[in-house]
Design a protein around this ligand. Structure first.
Ligand SMILES: Cc1cc2nc3c(=O)[nH]c(=O)nc-3n(C[C@H](O)[C@H](O)[C@H](O)COP(=O)(O)O)c2cc1C
Length: 218
């Protein structure tokens, strides 16, 4: 595949939105090892299996291939800095961090949206990655907004609600819908690169927001 084609392949793959995890294990000296990975996914309920893939040129490859166990931390929206830290080869990733040994020995952090402790069951060749399948021996989940990744960037969590859900937009009163529209516009304004927006457009958006807020409260 030529470089341009590889670039567009990577971009196309990036349209699949994922969460972000940090997978951890121990190397043969007992040192903690960890890697940021968005390739995590569920495989099987019975037995409980999960998978993720690790680049063959990763410094952490030998540790994950040989240890026989790993832990996957699903990151919360507030953990972007930790994600970046574990995505840098050669960093002292665990320096200054609090961690414990989990059930099988893998390093486990206190902060996460969910934690899966796994025994390594299979490793498959996957081109320039190895595919690691683990059996979950213990897990924990918390009610936290997840860190998301989409189009090569971190993304915000925007729950949609489901049919019949009390939080569904269709179940809201008119005033609630107007307030929601105002909040959504405010978020869009805050998220856009305001200095690059013409001042007239910003003023117009602010007027619409104020009007929606007035209508919602009155
Ligand atoms: C959001 C995000 C997702 C990533 N997902 C993966 C992945 O699934 N597999 C992988 O091998 N590397 C992935 N990486 C890159 C690794 O985290 C990065 O190469 C890391 O430096 C490897 O560390 P090591 O060389 O110390 O083992 C991802 C990076 C980011 C920022």
């Amino acid at each position: 595949m030529d470089v341009d084609h590889q670039q567009s392949f990577r971009q196309a793959l990036g349209s699949f939105a994922t969460g972000v995890t940090i997978a951890t294990t121990l190397d043969d000296q007992g040192n903690p090892v960890g890697v940021t990975a968005s390739s995590f996914n569920s495989v099987s309920l019975d037995p409980p299996l999960v998978l993720w893939s690790l680049a063959k040129d990763s410094n952490s490859r030998a540790a994950f291939a040989d240890s026989g166990h790993f832990a996957v931390h699903v990151l919360a929206a507030s953990q972007e800095a930790l994600s970046n830290r574990f995505a840098k080869t050669g960093e002292d990733k665990f320096g200054g961090m609090d961690w414990d040994r989990g059930k099988l020995g893998s390093p486990v952090f206190a902060e996460h949206a969910a934690l899966f402790e796994c025994a390594t069951r299979h490793q498959y060749d996957g081109g320039d990655h190895i595919i690691i399948v683990g059996e979950v021996v213990d897990f924990e989940a918390r009610d936290e907004a997840p860190l998301l990744f989409h189009g090569g960037r971190y993304a915000d969590h925007r729950p949609r609600g489901s049919a019949g859900d009390a939080d569904d937009v269709n179940n809201r009163t008119g005033a609630q819908r107007l307030a929601l529209a105002a909040a959504t516009l405010e978020q869009a304004l805050a998220a856009s690169n305001s200095p690059e927006l013409p001042a007239d457009d910003i003023d117009a958006m602010r007027r619409v927001i104020a009007h929606l807020q007035d209508s919602a409260s009155g």
